[in-house]
Design a protein around this ligand. Structure first.
Ligand SMILES: C[C@@]1(CC(=O)O)c2cc3[nH]c(cc4nc(cc5[nH]c(cc(n2)[C@H]1CCC(=O)O)[C@@](C)(CC(=O)O)[C@@H]5CCC(=O)O)C(CC(=O)O)=C4CCC(=O)O)c(CCC(=O)O)c3CC(=O)O
Ligand SMILES: NC(=O)C1=CN([C@@H]2O[C@H](COP(=O)(O)OP(=O)(O)OC[C@H]3O[C@@H](n4cnc5c(N)ncnc54)[C@H](O)[C@@H]3O)[C@@H](O)[C@H]2O)C=CC1
Length: 211
């Protein structure tokens, strides 16, 4: 399994099934600005509420072949083994298909995910044990505190300034300075560094004085 993080913004995503498994996968998809359609004769309350809030479209019936046509990504999460297998076999080779009850018939699986703003950690056991993925996720949650969210924003903003404003010869030093652990828990230090960086724009001979 080749791990990638996909941008689903504006992409059509179809979820077949409206039970607890579909719900868990949809909850994560809602952050992605995808055009999300759930097709299922029944759906848990949360899915119905999201439909009412226009966060997704719930089509209250069984999945049909034409539903799959325009999808970039499909999740087959019905409780019918036959339907899930049928979805996998009718998807085009270019479509991304996840099959909840027999991952081998799809072409991608979902990891356990930890998000800290821009930091995304994903864990997969290649289908061996979703429970173990969940345990490892919990361990990582302890190690990677909420502080990472602000820290990653700091890194992102500084890196953008460095890439845009500083010549290549000093980029590497500056970029590696950023990951110094003293910045992680200290927002004040982050702000001071960022301001120093902004002040140094256009004065690259003095770059080494940024501490
Ligand atoms: C292959 C994969 C396909 C896919 O779904 O993409 C798959 C397949 C299956 N899961 C099953 C069961 C369970 N799945 C979970 C939980 C999660 N399952 C997830 C992913 C994946 N599950 C993919 C592989 C991930 C990897 O490689 O590790 C997570 C990580 C992500 C997500 O679903 O969002 C999410 C954790 C979310 C979190 O972090 O909290 C729990 C635990 C729980 O619910 O508490 C159980 C019960 C305990 C157990 O069985 O271990 C069954 C058996 C169904 C049956 O009984 O027949 C199948 C079918 C099969 O094995 O073929
Ligand atoms: N991948 C994973 O993480 C896990 C997968 N599973 C598997 O996922 C499947 C679904 O589990 P749950 O959500 O708990 O089941 P559930 O019974 O709560 O929900 C199933 C949903 O599928 C819908 N459905 C049934 N036939 C349909 C059709 N032809 N077209 C569209 N929708 C249809 C039902 O209306 C219902 O909303 C099970 O087959 C189970 O083996 C179970 C646990 C974890």
């Amino acid at each position: 399994m080749y791990p990638i993080h996909v941008n689903l913004s504006g992409k059509r995503v179809i979820v077949a099934g409206g039970g607890l498994v579909a719900y868990r996968k949809i909850k994560d998809l809602l952050n992605e600005e995808a055009i999300l359609t759930v097709i299922s004769p029944a759906a848990v309350n949360e899915i119905q509420e999201w439909h009412a809030e226009q966060k997704l479209t719930w089509i209250e019936r069984e999945v049909k072949r034409e539903d799959l046509k325009e999808a970039f990504l499909i999740i087959a999460a019905t409780n019918s083994k036959e339907t899930n297998a049928w979805i996998a076999s009718h998807a085009k080779p270019k479509q991304l298909v996840n099959v909840a009850d027999q991952y081998e018939s799809g072409n991608f699986i979902l990891p356990s995910v930890i998000r800290r703003g821009r930091l995304v950690l994903s864990v997969s056991t290649g289908g061996a044990s979703p429970s173990l993925s969940k345990i490892i996720k919990k361990e990582l949650q302890q190690t990677y505190s909420e502080d990472y969210e602000t820290y990653l924003d700091f890194l992102f903003e500084c890196r953008a300034i460095i890439k845009k404003e500083f010549p290549e010869k000093c980029r590497r030093t500056l970029l590696s300075n950023l990951t110094d652990s003293r910045f992680l828990y200290d927002k004040e230090k982050q702000n001071v560094f960022k301001q120093a960086l902004i002040n140094q724009v256009g004065q690259t001979d003095r770059i080494k004085t940024i501490e």
